[in-house]
Design a protein around this ligand. Structure first.
Ligand SMILES: [Zn+2]
Length: 562
C-alpha cells in the first residue's frame, strides 16, 4: 500500500473536523440550515488555511443525498465521490493554469445545463486572481444571474487583484492564518490517530515553522516522520528545520549571567561550524527572554512552558530591565542580520551587545551602558572582521521599523519633564523649533544619537523628512545610523518615513546646538548649577552612555577608551 501524505489523508471532511476558521464555518452552517445560500462565495487567505477544503465540504453539503445540510453524511455516492475528487458536478478549475477566456467560455457554456447527478453544479475556481481581464468580464453576467443550479466558490490568496465588479457579486470570507497552538493541537490529534510517537517540543517547532498554514505543517510532519524513522522528535525536527538546539540558548543565557564573553564567542563559533541558522537562533533567544519576562510578571503563568524550571532560574538571575533590553537587542539583531557583513558576524555582534548592556542593568543600574565591566571581557576577544562602513546614504530605503518593546518597568527614574513634553510633541509637526525636543525624546543611543543631535529640520513633505547636517558632521550620515534614526522616528510616530540629508551651514536648530547653548548658559551660572541642571544632566548621562556602548568593539583587540 502506498503512503498517503498526511495533508491528503487528513483533509477535513466535515465542518466539525475543520481546524480554525470558526467564523466562516458558522456563517456557512447558518446559511445551509436556513437554506439561504448565496450563489457565489469568495474565500480569501494565505496558502494552506483551508480554502479548497471548505469549498469541497460546501459541495458535499449541497449535494449530499440526505438533502442540503451543514452535516453531509459522508457515505452517500455524492459525498464519497466528492471526497475522492471524481464528482462530475464539482468542477474544479485552477485559474493559475487556465487563465484565458476560452476556458472560461467553456465553463460558462456548460453552466447552462442541469447537473448530471447532483442537486447543484459547484464551480470551484482556485487562484481566481490569475484570470485574465477578458475571462473576468465573461464571468460577470453569469455571476450576476447564475442558473438556479449553479454555485460558484472562488478562492484566492490575493484578493487585491480581483476586479471590484467581481468582488461585489460575491459573498467574501477571509480565512485567517492558524495560530500555532491550533496547529499543534491538530498535529497531536493526527499523530495520536496514526499511532506515531512524538514529543511536544517537536510539534511546537513544526507549528511555528508552518507560519499559519496547516498544509505546510502537515508536509513538515511527513518529512519529520521520514527523517525520524517513524517518530517525531525534537532532536530530529530541530536540525531538519535548521532550528537551534535549545541547549545553546541556555548556554548563551548562562554566559550572560556569568558575564563570560569568551564563552559567548565560543558558542557563536560552534553554531557557525554546525551551519545552524543564526536567524532562528536569535528567534529562540528572543523566545527565551519572552518567557523569562512572563515569569517575572506572572510567576505562576509559566507552568505550560516545557522549560519552566530554567526560566524560573533566569527570572531571578536577570533584572526585569535587563530582560526587556535583551529581548529588544535580539529582535533588533534579527532584523539587522541581512545588513551584517555575514550572518555569523551579525550574530556574534548581537551576543556581544547583550553582554555589553546586560551587566550594568544586572548590577541594579537603570542605565545599561555605563558599567565598566564589558571592557575586561571583550578586550581579549579574537579579532573579527569589522562591520562595513556603508557609504553615506542620502536617502535610506524603506524598511520595516524595528520591533519596539514596552519600556522597562522598574528602576527607571521618571522621565525628566523636558523629555515628557517633547514626547507629547510627537506627530512631527512641521515646525523646526520642535525638532530638538523631538530628537531628545527619541532616546537614541550611540552614533545614531550623535547624528540626530546634529541635524536640523528642513521640511516634511509627504513621508520625506529632510534634515540638514553641518559640513563638520556629515560623516555621521552613515546608513547604519540613519537607519536607526529612521526606525526610532517611525516607531515614535507610527508612520513610514524616508530620511533625506542635506549638508548645510549649522544654525541653532539642532539638539546639539541647543545643548551647547544650555551648557554655555549653565557655565555662566557656575559649574555647580550646571551640574545640577536636570535637563543637561539627562543629556550628559545619555551621551556618556552612548559613546561607551559603541566603543565596546572587540574588533581591534584593544580596550575601548573609558
Ligand atoms: Zn452524503
Amino acid at each position: 500500500m502506498t503512503y498517503q501524505v498526511l495533508a491528503r489523508k487528513w483533509r477535513p471532511r466535515t465542518f466539525a473536523e475543520l481546524t480554525g476558521q470558526a467564523h466562516v464555518v458558522t456563517a456557512l452552517t447558518n446559511a445551509l440550515t436556513r437554506n439561504r445560500l448565496h450563489h457565489a462565495y469568495l474565500l480569501t487567505g494565505t496558502r494552506g488555511v483551508g480554502k479548497t477544503t471548505i469549498a469541497r465540504i460546501l459541495a458535499k453539503s449541497l449535494n449530499c443525498v440526505t438533502g442540503v445540510t451543514a452535516t453531509p453524511c459522508g457515505v452517500c455516492a455524492a459525498c464519497t465521490d466528492i471526497d475522492a475528487g471524481r464528482f462530475v458536478d464539482l468542477l474544479e478549475l485552477d485559474a493559475a493554469s487556465n487563465t484565458g477566456i476560452d476556458n472560461m467560455r467553456e465553463i460558462l457554456d456548460n453552466a447552462r445545463y442541469a447537473p448530471t447527478v447532483g442537486r447543484y453544479k459547484v464551480y470551484l475556481i482556485d487562484e481566481v486572481h490569475m484570470l485574465s481581464k477578458a475571462a473576468f468580464n465573461s464571468m460577470l453576467k453569469t455571476l450576476e444571474e447564475p442558473p438556479e443550479h449553479v454555485k460558484f466558490v472562488l478562492a484566492t490568496t490575493d484578493p487585491q487583484k480581483i476586479p471590484v465588479t467581481v468582488l461585489s457579486r460575491c459573498l467574501q470570507f477571509n480565512l485567517k492564518p492558524l495560530p500555532p497552538p491550533a496547529i499543534e493541537g491538530r498535529l497531536a490529534h493526527i499523530l495520536g490517530e496514526e499511532g506515531v510517537a512524538h514529543d511536544a517540543p517537536a510539534l511546537a517547532l513544526i507549528a511555528r515553522a508552518a507560519q499559519g498554514s496547516l498544509r505546510d505543517a502537515l508536509s513538515l510532519l511527513d518529512q519529520a516522520i521520514a527523517f525520524g524513522a517513524g517518530e517525531v522528535r525534537e532532536s530530529v525536527v530541530r536540525p531538519m528545520l535548521g532550528a537551534v538546539e535549545r541547549e545553546y540558548v541556555y548556554r548563551i543565557a548562562d554566559a550572560l549571567v556569568a558575564h563570560d564573553g569568551r564563552a559567548l564567542v565560543d558558542i557563536a563559533d560552534g553554531l557557525a561550524e554546525r551551519g545552524i541558522a543564526f536567524g532562528s537562533a536569535l528567534d529562540d533567544l528572543a523566545g527565551l527572554f519572552h518567557r523569562v519576562a512572563v515569569a517575572q510578571v506572572v510567576p505562576d503563568g509559566i507552568e505550560s512552558f516545557d522549560d519552566a524550571d530554567r526560566v524560573r532560574g533566569y527570572a531571578t538571575a536577570f533584572t526585569a530591565d535587563a530582560v526587556q533590553l535583551a529581548y529588544q537587542i535580539c529582535a533588533q539583531g534579527r532584523a539587522d542580520l541581512p545588513l551584517a557583513p555575514d550572518e555569523a558576524t551579525g550574530f556574534t555582534m548581537t551576543l556581544l551587545r547583550l553582554l555589553a548592556f546586560e551587566p550594568a542593568a544586572a548590577q541594579g543600574g537603570a542605565r545599561p551602558s555605563t558599567g565598566g565591566a564589558p571592557k575586561r571581557d571583550v578586550a581579549d576577544l579574537p579579532a573579527r572582521s569589522a562591520p562595513p562602513q556603508a557609504p553615506v546614504a542620502n536617502v535610506t530605503e524603506l524598511r520595516a521599523p524595528a520591533p519596539r518593546e514596552l519600556p522597562p518597568r522598574s528602576a527607571e527614574p521618571p522621565p525628566a519633564p523636558q523629555a515628557a513634553g517633547a514626547a507629547a510633541a510627537f506627530g512631527l509637526p512641521n515646525d523646526p523649533s520642535q525638532w530638538p525636543a523631538t530628537v531628545a525624546a527619541l532616546k537614541l543611543t550611540g552614533m545614531a544619537a550623535q547624528l540626530a543631535a546634529q541635524t536640523e529640520w528642513v521640511s516634511l513633505r509627504g513621508n520625506v523628512l529632510t534634515l540638514t547636517l553641518p559640513v563638520s558632521h556629515k560623516h555621521l550620515a552613515d546608513k547604519t545610523y540613519a537607519d536607526k534614526l529612521k526606525a526610532a522616528l517611525e516607531a515614535a510616530t507610527s508612520r513610514k518615513l524616508l530620511l533625506a540629508f542635506e549638508v548645510g551651514d549649522a544654525t541653532s536648530g539642532s539638539l546639539a546646538a541647543r545643548e551647547r547653548k544650555a551648557r554655555e548658559e549653565a557655565h555662566a551660572q557656575g559649574e555647580q548649577a550646571f551640574r545640577e541642571e536636570p535637563f543637561v544632566r539627562d543629556l550628559v548621562a545619555r551621551f556618556d552612555a552612548t559613546v561607551k556602548s559603541d566603543t565596546i568593539t572587540p574588533l581591534r583587540g584593544d580596550p575601548p577608551a573609558s
